[in-house]
Ligand binder design. Structure first.
Ligand code: F6R
Length: 638
């Protein structure tokens, strides 16, 4: 049965004085996508009942994928027919062939149209093959066609980090209609991994205009993940401006923005709820508020005054706590108790206020690393300490990481190996060399190439952990199958991935598991790797050994925990920072010209150093000791 649509509260959106568009926040994108699909399904059914056509405006990109999955499953279960549906897609790259793997034409058929009973004639996607000179007329016709169907009943949107909706980049006019546009550099960078490099991303696109979107009778915009948090805040709380084209939706009468908790994290009511309304002062919120105030005023926690609290919307907190003095000391102690040089627990010490248990003194530790370098980048110093403090440390590389090895790198290794072989057993390498030297952009690597790229990363990670003094038998290469598509797009988590993870945990029976805790990146490898661990841990929960197992989450290369989330802070000495840096440098294939660099063009060792240094400086600024660097962890309670 299609459930009631729980979030539909249009007209009631003035939740706070800051927010100008109705929005709903969900714990994760799966739950939210289900509800969105239900709203679309309900609309299609209502129109069916009335004997009317349902005109849907559709989006592509990573955000709506789960919505389409839900719609397909509603159709498969016999609950939903698309026989009365007409669709208009927002946009298409230009120029772009329909057969191209990255065309939005391909995307829509792959995710929706090939699996439902829509009449192909009712599908409209801007055509990326129209000659330039015919484009103006084509765009006018696209607009006219929407009009002829009576306009859009519903428009689904994602949002780009530039604030674009459709491909209406900053500068787009509110009166704009369907037209050809130039893509923003940020948008092209975000698409570059899909296209195997920025140079292959089209520079232009055809998109419906702002005015086309604004005329839709209902608009739902989806945003998932931390990366969208800033632009979501600007869209919902900022001024209406063509600098953030999505902000025009503030002037639309029937828009809801659907967010997961990470995408909502910069909204005032989430980030600093005490500035918005009365709060229920949980211990966690007090911690968050005081550490925020200390950073905001650039004052150590112990120096915050009653006035500081009162001036910043926290008088009710003072009322609860009695005085700033008491509160400051309480929070200072809490912060201090997160710091430990003994990530595996300090033997023979009172552990009442320590992040880890003293016993057993020698722990079995299992570090999961999504790619073969996340362990050293994100927790290299802690890794080293655990070894040095005599724990039985294992590391599991969850994926081969082969996608992120450049062709040049693979060619270099293959040519070395091929030339090294004196007899003629080197046919595989010959095949690899032939493939790589004639490879076209977008070609999927043959299995032999994937193998050699995976082996390159294996050997690099072995080099790094040998540098730490760990023996090879403590290293486990899981090569989780979800990753092995040969494409940038990976498969969803499967049973096999979970089983492999479960088997390793059962074999090692760890007292500590460390995992990359990038919680809400909806399609990234890290999230799938984390889900595999969460599922495995859930399945093993009732085993005796799991009662002694604690799970610690570290953050990937891109981000750090907010200080109020940190439950274990491991300080590193300058010597440990150098040793960690050297371990990162073993990952040579990820050193120069990394394929998936994001916007930060610095190498990983630099970023890791800076991040750990910043955490240390933050602790210093809050009034604690000034360490060289700190690695941070959050506990996961399963
Ligand atoms: C796609 C589109 C774009 C995307 C936006 C977000 O048809 O028009 O506006 O919705 O770029 O993309 P994802 O969802 O991949 O983050």
């Amino acid at each position: 049965m299609i459930q009631e649509i729980e979030y539909k509260q249009v007209g009631k959106f003035e939740k706070t004085k800051f927010e100008k568009i109705h929005n709903e926040i969900f714990p994760d994108s799966s739950i939210a996508s289900k509800l969105v699909a239900n709203e679309i399904a309900a609309l299609i059914k209502q129109k069916q009942k009335e004997g009317n056509t349902c005109v849907l405006g559709l989006a592509t990109g990573s955000s709506p994928i789960k919505v389409y999955e839900e719609l397909v499953s509603l159709h498969r279960s016999g609950e939903l027919s698309f026989s009365n549906v007409v669709t208009f897609n927002l946009d298409e790259y230009y120029p772009m062939d329909t057969e191209h793997q990255q065309s939005y034409y391909h995307f829509m058929h792959q995710h929706l149209f090939d699996h439902v009973d829509i009449n192909p004639e009712n599908v409209n996607i801007p055509d990326g093959t129209i000659p330039v000179e015919e484009m103006d007329q084509y765009c006018i016709d696209y607009e006219m066609k929407i009009k002829q169907y009576g306009g859009l009943d519903f428009q689904l949107l994602g949002i780009g980090r530039t604030g674009h909706i459709g491909f209406n980049e900053p500068g787009s006019h509110p009166n704009s209609g369907t037209r050809i546009i130039t893509l923003d550099h940020v948008t092209r960078t975000d698409a570059s991994s899909d296209f195997n490099g920025l140079e292959h991303v089209p520079k232009k696109a055809v998109t419906m205009g702002i005015s086309t979107i604004m005329k839709s009778r209902r608009v739902l915009l989806l945003a998932w993940g931390h990366k969208k948090a800033t632009v979501v805040q600007q869209t919902i709380e900022g001024e209406v401006s063509s600098n953030i084209p999505a902000s025009f939706l503030q002037q639309h009468k029937n828009t809801t923005i659907i967010l997961d908790s990470e995408a909502a994290s910069e909204l005032t009511r989430i980030k600093t709820p005490w500035l918005v309304d009365q709060c229920i002062w949980t211990e966690q919120l007090k911690f968050k508020a005081v550490t925020w105030l200390s950073q905001e005023l650039n004052k150590p926690v112990l120096k915050l005054t009653d006035k500081d609290y009162n001036d910043n919307g926290m008088s009710s907190l003072l009322a609860v706590e009695g005085s700033s003095y008491n509160l400051n000391i309480k929070i200072f102690n809490k912060l201090q108790h997160t710091i430990t040089g003994w990530p595996g627990g300090k033997p023979n010490a009172d552990d009442t206020n320590r992040p880890e248990r003293a016993l057993p003194a020698k722990k079995r530790v299992l570090i999961f690393s999504p790619h073969p370098d996340d362990d050293v980048i994100s927790m290299g110093g802690t890794f080293l300490r655990l070894i040095d403090q005599g724990h039985d440390v294992h590391v599991a590389y969850q994926t081969s990481g082969n996608i992120a090895v450049t062709d040049d790198e693979a060619l270099k290794f293959s040519e070395v190996a091929y030339n090294f072989q004196t007899n003629n057993k080197g046919n595989n390498f010959k095949k690899v060399i032939e493939f790589l030297t004639s490879k076209n952009p977008g070609d999927i690597d043959i299995p032999e190439v994937r193998l050699i790229k995976g082996l390159i990363r294996r050997m690099e990670s072995l080099g790094a952990i040998r540098h730490f003094g760990l023996s090879d038998e403590k290293v486990h290469f899981l090569d989780l199958p979800f990753y092995e598509t040969g494409k940038i797009k990976k498969n969803p988590l499967g049973e096999k991935d979970v089983k492999i993870t479960e088997n390793l945990i059962s074999k090692i029976r760890p007292h500590q598991i460390y995992a990359a805790g990038d919680l809400a990146d909806p399609h990234g490898t890290h999230k799938v790797c984390l889900d595999a661990i969460f599922e495995a841990v859930k399945n093993l929960k009732n085993k005796d050994f799991m009662k002694d197992c604690w799970v610690w989450l570290y953050r990937g290369a891109w981000q750090e925990w907010d200080v109020s989330e940190i439950e274990m802070a491991v300080p590193l000495s300058p010597h440990e920072v150098n040793k960690k840096t050297n371990a990162i440098l073993y990952h040579q294939s990820q050193k120069d010209r990394v394929m998936f660099q994001g916007e930060d063009s610095r190498e990983f060792w630099l970023r890791a150093r800076e991040r750990n240094r910043n955490t240390a400086m933050l602790y210093d600024q809050l009034g604690l000791a000034d360490y060289e660097a700190i690695e941070a962890f959050k506990k996961y309670n399963f």
